[in-house]
Write a protein that binds this ligand. Structure first.
Ligand SMILES: [Zn+2]
Length: 214
C-alpha cells in the first residue's frame, strides 16, 4: 500500500531553517511535494558550499531544486534531497526511502566524476594528437574507459613531458587485469612508477608500493 502523498518521508522532526518564502512548518520533517530536483548538479571540488535549504555547510556536492508553483530555485545538499525532495526514476515512479534515494545520488556523483576525468584525459589526447602523430589513432580515446597498458600510459606521460602538456595519471587507468600488464608495471623504473601510480587500481597499489619501496 502506498502512503498518502504529502505524508511520506521521515516522521521525525528535523530542525530545518526555513528557506525564503517557505514557512518552517512546511519543511519540517516532511517531503516537500512542490519541489523537484531539476537534474542540476555541481561538484564544488572543495567542500565550500552551503545548503540553501537547511543552511548546512560545508557541502561539496550540490543539487538544484525548483518549486513547481513559485519557480523558485535552490541549491541544496544531498541530505536535504534525501529527506525532503521527491525524486523519480526514468519511468516517473517515485524513488522512496533515504537509502534508495541516496544510492541514486551516489550514482550521479560517481558518473560525473568519471565524466570529468574523461574530459580531462581526452583534452590531453587531443593536445597530443596535434603535436605527436602517434596519438592521432582514435583507439586512444576508444580504450580510455577500458584502461591502457603500463607501456601505453608511459608513452602518454613521456610525450606530454616532451611537449609541455600537463599530465595527471589519475585521469587514466592502467588495466591490470592482464598478467602481462602487471608484469609491465613491475618492470617500470622508480620514477616511471611514481608518475603512473595514480592510474593503478586502489586494490593493487599496496602490492606495487612494496615493490617500489613507497
Ligand atoms: Zn540541507
Amino acid at each position: 500500500m502506498r502512503g498518502t502523498p504529502g505524508t511520506q518521508g521521515p516522521t521525525k522532526r528535523t530542525p530545518v531553517r526555513a528557506a525564503d518564502g517557505e514557512s518552517t512548518s512546511t519543511i519540517s520533517g516532511r517531503v516537500l511535494r512542490d519541489w523537484r530536483w531539476t537534474h542540476g548538479y555541481a561538484d564544488l571540488i572543495e567542500s565550500a558550499g552551503r545548503c540553501e535549504l537547511c543552511g548546512h555547510q560545508p557541502i561539496r556536492y550540490k543539487f538544484e531544486i525548483e518549486n513547481q508553483k513559485t519557480k523558485k530555485h535552490l541549491w541544496v545538499g544531498s541530505e536535504c534531497i534525501k529527506k525532503f525532495v521527491p525524486i523519480f526514476d526514468e519511468r516517473g515512479v517515485e524513488i522512496r526511502g533515504d537509502r534508495r534515494k541516496g544510492a541514486v545520488l551516489d550514482r550521479i556523483v560517481a558518473n560525473s566524476r568519471t565524466m570529468a576525468r574523461q574530459d580531462r584525459a581526452f583534452e590531453i589526447l587531443d593536445n597530443l594528437s596535434r603535436v605527436d602523430p602517434r596519438f592521432q589513432d582514435w583507439t586512444w580515446k576508444g580504450n580510455w574507459k577500458h584502461g591502457f597498458s603500463a607501456r601505453q600510459l608511459q608513452l602518454v606521460a613521456v610525450s606530454c613531458k616532451v611537449n609541455g602538456i600537463p599530465f595527471n595519471s589519475s585521469d587514466f587507468r592502467i588495466n591490470t587485469r592482464k598478467g602481462w600488464v602487471r608484469q609491465q608495471v613491475r618492470e617500470l623504473l622508480d620514477w616511471q612508477y611514481r608518475q603512473l601510480r595514480g592510474a593503478l587500481p586502489a586494490q593493487r597499489i599496496e602490492e606495487y608500493d612494496q615493490i617500489f619501496g613507497i
